[in-house]
Write a protein of this length. Structure first.
Length: 394
């Protein structure tokens, strides 16, 4: 049985192709409408699985007769080609995070056999495929894939690392990407002097499609490590959102995914985690550090002119637009780059508009981990750095 999968996000193509190959199907893929139609004619598949939102042409290519195609539902052109132009009875399944009812109805009117809304498990997809064209050679893999889900969006996460050899929770990182197939983790080794790089390389084995390593020969500080990692991921077209997260997982993946869901279902361009201590939340800070943090945060609020409760949480998610507009130049400071991101947003969008694009979302859990790179001495230096930022961005 031959299956053609069409999606512009590599994470989706890799996950779905491997799942169906393991089940005994022969799979080919395409990442744009034009190539999908060419491969359909050449490959003559028994089934087509297509996304809704994708490029009409491959990146860098131009064609004059594509202006009639709806960019928000270009995948429907594949259904139209197979059902209306070729008049084939080849079943077409739509796999998409697009929940627009008009587009869904249009897909069925054109002849789609099924509409699968992301997120959903690989196991469910396998069952739906089997229902349409029959089972592959191996059914046992379905059970293994029931807890592995394709998300509605593809998210790249930068994780800066400096001398994290003994603190990296490799098993937790691997378990997360195994289950959540819409995530890619980019670890930035910031010139570590211990065996951090070797630990990262070992973690990446067998997970090369979902874990990447950006290696810096010299230590440049957290701000530069995050900046380089964010720009590295922004070059890839597949990511809907890009964010960063501390390597010690003081903010866990459940809370980080909440940040992703918040930005996905809103018009915000950046969502920042906030370590607000409140009823129902597990926020554990050292008492002395908490007092210093409150003092620094007060000064930051006055400098920014924004009523932030916590700018310095190491968990943030944003659109590629924000990365492209605020990460191009080096940050002035190593630890206050979060503040600089917001100051740069004010420069780009204006103060009032920037406030509308930023969301501060309280975390359900945050735990201070031993081995923090920020010392109490550094905390006092921060006050002077805030003044430096205020002067530079005024």
């Amino acid at each position: 049985m031959n299956i053609l999968i069409v999606d512009d996000q590599e994470l989706v193509l890799l996950s779905l192709s491997k799942c169906l190959n393991d089940l005994g199907y022969n799979v080919v893929s395409a990442n744009n409408v034009f190539d999908a139609i060419k491969k359909y004619d050449l490959f003559e598949p028994n089934l087509v699985i297509a996304d809704i939102n994708m490029p009409v042409l491959a990146t860098g290519k131009q064609q004059n007769d594509t202006t009639h195609i709806n960019d928000k539902a270009s995948g429907l052109e594949i259904v139209k080609y197979i059902k209306k132009i070729k008049k084939h009875d080849t079943p077409v399944m739509i796999l998409s995070g697009n929940n627009d009812e008009d587009i869904i109805v249009k897909g069925f009117e054109l002849g789609a056999a099924d509409y699968m809304k992301k997120p959903l498990s690989l196991g469910e997809i396998a069952v739906r495929v089997s229902r349409l064209i029959g089972p592959g050679d191996s059914i046992s893999t379905m059970k293994m894939n029931r807890n592995r889900s394709i998300q509605s969006t593809c998210t790249g996460v930068v994780i800066p690392c400096y001398n994290e050899e003994t603190r990296l929770l490799s098993d937790e990182f691997k378990a997360f990407i195994h289950k959540n197939l819409g995530y890619h983790l980019c670890f930035v080794n910031d010139g570590s002097k211990d065996n951090t790089l070797a630990v990262l390389q070992e973690m990446r084995k067998g997970n090369e499609d979902r874990i990447s390593i950006y290696n810096c020969e010299k230590n440049g500080g957290k701000a530069e490590a995050v900046r380089l990692g964010m720009l590295h991921l922004a070059k890839q077209n597949q990511f809907d959102y890009i964010g960063f997260l501390d390597a010690d997982l003081s903010t866990n993946f459940d809370d980080f995914d909440d940040l992703v869901q918040t930005i996905r279902h809103s018009d915000y361009k950046i969502v920042s985690g906030s370590r607000i201590n409140r009823m129902g939340a597990d926020i554990a800070k050292e008492s002395a550090r908490k007092i210093i943090s409150m003092t620094i945060n007060y000064i930051i609020r006055k400098t920014l002119g924004m009523d932030f409760k916590d700018t310095q949480c190491g968990a943030k998610i944003m659109t590629k637009e924000i990365v492209e507009k605020t990460f191009q130049k080096k940050f002035l400071t190593k630890w206050l780059f979060d503040v600089e991101i917001f100051m740069r947003m004010k420069k780009v969008y204006g103060s009032d508009k920037a406030k509308q694009l930023i969301c501060e979302k309280p975390l359900n859990r945050w735990v201070h981990m031993d081995g923090s790179k920020l010392s109490f001495k550094d905390s006092f230096k921060i006050v002077g750095q805030i003044g430096q930022i205020a002067l530079h961005y005024r």
